[in-house]
Write a protein that binds this ligand. Structure first.
Ligand code: ADP
Ligand code: ZN
Ligand code: ZN
Length: 745
């Protein structure tokens, strides 16, 4: 007996497998585990529960292996398999593996980022079940006189005879306590229960069909439609209001007709409810929308349904780029220039670049749309990597707005409104036009100054001024969560006279109310839209015409269609052209054009005024007189001359700590260590302190890497980052790597 047993064990050990698992951990590697005998068969993409450190975690199997380098004494075993089939398809596994490698980010965190929270926590990958109870054939012929002493079972039988099938809700409604008698009826074999997945029902489209496309739109649709089943990146460069969304819809209909699914990525769903509505109104398939308002269960449901092919279209923000799709056919990325596609913390990926990579892995086309394409994408067009499609005119007869610079030097100003601007506002109001005033700074004033001694209210946790929020009588930091009552006694001179310096949207609103006391005005910024539905309500009042003057931040720049806005004014664009960030001019130009695009979208022509103290700035002049395309060509030449992206490739190592010296110490060691791996093709610049050194109580510093080609950069990064993990000084700081950073200051 004994020998037979041990032979059995031996053969199992022989068969024993190992798995490489992506475990949520800050370490940049996979972890090997032993698969116990008699364990369900594991496949890459399945989740497993594992012992890790002193805890117990959920990881994703990345590979199977018949050997391991880990010493037998150190090797631990998988404790449970959580899936009967992979939750991540081979395609997503490949995309995630590529992402971890490209962004040099710990694979466990990359895989975790792709999973809905509930799956990360180990919940079953199942849709909620809807149960219904019905009579069995035996039950139908049953003799109820058997139930004389079981009145509740009898009641239940009568109810089941009356209805074909009953759900939990219906039973709750008709009978108080039905579970116990139901169990007894089921034990008799008279009742059976059926479980069905909850599925999405799709309302009939309210406006199927769509518009007749104009020739430019037709050409764009035709070009993309020629590429189904192939990888190709298209850039749809269309002025605001040129009908890009119509092009998307027309293409989506074609993909759906092929029986395939579409992934649509947008910057912020909350800011563009109109886009989602247009998709729902037009299409006769379920549209899953992944937005921040969903609870964890809803998010999981949409995710699973997308993976099972039960929804035709998935619309989502950045992280939706990792949504599983059963029959992916096409990817659309709207407003591709938008910085929100880049995640700025943790796993710092660019959803735009990952989307292009995904399309390549899938051999499907990807379409990126914008009125103001990023310089990177325009460069890719120049290089022949992206195919550009133009929509040069506004669709539906609307004219392009007329943009004019307003030189405010030496002009008398009423707060931040120049006299010519006030006159123009008045004129447009008289003609029944709506007016939109744009200022990218919320609060009342960015500085709270003691008039007696010049003391300025400073955030105790950041190198930043506190911003005056006058309505709430608070001083707030816009970089951390500091929020304190208004300071009325100067801590330096005991003076009591304070001045707000500079202008925010709250102050502009007040100035407008003083100037136009009988005109309904409103303000849209993060402060007035915190409450759920607040944004929608405020937007509705603009659409209904109730609001005549609208003041707001960049929240207003995106996608909104206000047909009766005839005047748009940008109150201050100067900072964008004089910032130390090399992308500032590009951002400001995009903002000017996007905000300007809100003007004159209806029948009446729009006018746009740009207030500035630097009316002769060459890039601003080029933008205003010749448009975004001319601006972008010039800006690209300047980038080339300075060897900045897209003409070079950057990565940034950031470090922060509560101790001022630690980040610098770590980064200096890191810089020294880099020479061991650097073939001389990567410039290592710094370390330097961040432009705002202290933020939220931590001191920050950074090291910038620049290379002429991508491979050199990655060749240095790969071994160097691993070596950094081993540095002692690394343990005293929080550090991160940002490949293709969008903010380098
Ligand atoms: P974009 O996405 O480029 O801002 P939209 O697709 O929202 O543009 O179109 C702007 C406006 O023009 C919308 O009101 C839309 O209904 C209208 N429009 C678009 N295409 C056409 C067309 N081919 N014929 C008539 N109107 C159109
Ligand atoms: Zn003072
Ligand atoms: Zn702060």
């Amino acid at each position: 007996m004994f020998s037979v047993e041990s032979a059995k064990v031996a053969s199992m050990v022989e068969k024993a497998l190992f798995v490489r698992v992506a475990v949520p951990s800050p370490l940049r590697r996979l972890f090997d585990y032993r698969v116990p005998p008699n364990f369900p068969a594991l496949v890459p993409g399945m989740r497993v529960r594992l012992p890790f450190g002193r805890g117990d975690v959920v990881g994703v199997v990345v590979a199977l292996s018949d050997h391991t380098e880990v010493a037998p004494g150190k090797l631990r075993s998988v404790s449970a398999c959580l899936d009967s089939a992979p939750v991540l398809t081979p395609e997503l596994m490949e995309l995630l593996t590529w992402s971890a490698r490209y962004y040099h980010h710990p694979p466990g965190e990359v895989f975790a980022a792709a999973l809905p929270v509930l799956l990360r926590q180990g919940r079953a990958a199942e849709l909620p079940q809807i149960s219904t109870w019905r009579l069995t054939l035996t039950g139908m012929d049953a003799d109820e006189s058997e139930l004389v002493r079981a009145p509740r079972q009898r009641d239940l039988m009568q109810l089941l005879r009356k209805y074909d099938a009953l759900s939990r809700e219906q039973l709750d409604e008709h009978l108080g306590q039905w579970r116990e008698p139901m169990a007894r009826l089921m034990a008799r074999g008279w009742v059976e229960v059926q479980h069905q997945d909850q599925t999405t029902v799709c309302a009939e489209p309210s406006s199927p069909g769509g518009l007749d496309l104009n020739p430019h739109q037709q050409a764009a649709v035709g070009a993309v439609a020629d590429s189904w089943g192939h990888f190709q990146t298209f850039l749809l460069e269309g002025v605001t209001g040129s009908g890009k969304t119509e092009v998307y819809l027309s293409l989506v209909e074609r993909v759906l007709a092929r029986g395939e699914q579409v992934l649509v990525l947008v910057p912020e769903i909350g800011l563009t409810p109109q886009l989602v509505q247009r998709f729902r109104d037009r299409l006769s398939v379920p549209v899953a929308v992944l937005h921040s308002g969903l609870n964890d269960q809803e998010r999981l449901n949409h995710w699973l349904q997308a993976g099972r092919g039960e929804v035709g279209v998935v619309i989502g923000t950045r992280s939706a780029v990792f949504t599983p799709l059963l029959r992916p056919g096409f990817i659309i990325l709207d407003e591709e220039h938008d910085p929100s596609f880049k995640q700025q913390e943790g796993f710092r990926y660019s959803a735009r670049d990952v989307a292009v990579r995904r399309a390549q892995l899938l051999s499907i086309p990807v379409l990126m749309g914008s009125a103001t394409p990023s310089l990177e994408s325009l460069y890719n067009v120049q290089q022949g990597r992206y195919q550009v499609l133009h929509l040069p005119e506004r669709a539906g007869g609307a004219q392009r707005p007329y943009i004019q610079v307003l030189d405010v030097r030496n002009q008398p100003m009423d707060e931040s409104l120049s006299r010519p601007l006030i006159k123009t506002i008045d004129g447009h109001l008289q003609q029944d036009g709506q007016v939109l005033l744009f200022l990218n700074r919320r609060g009342f004033a960015p500085t709270w100054l003691c008039h007696g001694c010049g003391w300025v209210a400073q955030c105790p946790r950041c190198d930043a001024h506190l911003v005056l929020h006058e309505k709430r009588q608070r001083l707030r930091c816009h970089h951390c969560d500091t929020d304190i009552p208004l300071i009325r006694h100067c801590p330096q001179c005991q003076g009591e006279e304070f001045r707000p310096i500079g202008h925010g949207t709250e102050r502009v609103e007040q100035a407008v109310q003083n100037r136009f006391p009988h005109v309904a005005s409103d303000r849209i910024d993060r402060d007035t839209t915190r409450r759920k539905q607040a944004l929608q309500q405020r937007l509705d009042q603009v659409h209904s015409g109730q609001t005549r003057i609208l003041i707001g931040t960049q929240m207003l720049a995106k996608g909104h269609h206000f047909p009766d806005v005839t005047l748009v004014a940008l109150l201050n664009v100067d900072h964008g052209f004089y910032s130390s960030d090399f992308r500032a001019a590009e951002r400001m130009a995009q903002l000017v054009v996007q905000v300007a695009g809100r003007a004159g979208r209806g029948d009446r022509p729009g006018r746009v005024l740009v207030q500035t103290h630097h009316p002769d700035h060459p890039l601003l002049q080029l933008l205003i007189t010749q448009g975004y395309g001319a601006f972008a060509r010039q800006a690209l030449l300047e980038r080339q001359a300075a060897q900045l992206p897209p003409y070079s490739y950057l990565a940034l190592i950031r470090a922060e700590a509560t101790d001022r010296d630690q980040p610098m110490t770590f980064l200096k060691e890191a810089a020294e260590l880099s020479s061991r791996f650097n073939g001389g093709r990567v410039m290592v610049m710094g370390p330097v302190t961040a432009s705002m050194e202290k933020r939220a109580g931590r001191y920050r510093a950074q090291l910038l890497l620049q290379a002429d080609d991508r491979p050199s950069l990655h060749k240095l990064l790969a071994p160097w980052i691993i070596a950094l993990e081993g540095l002692k000084s690394a343990r005293r700081v929080r550090w991160s790597i940002d490949v293709d950073p969008v903010e380098v200051f």
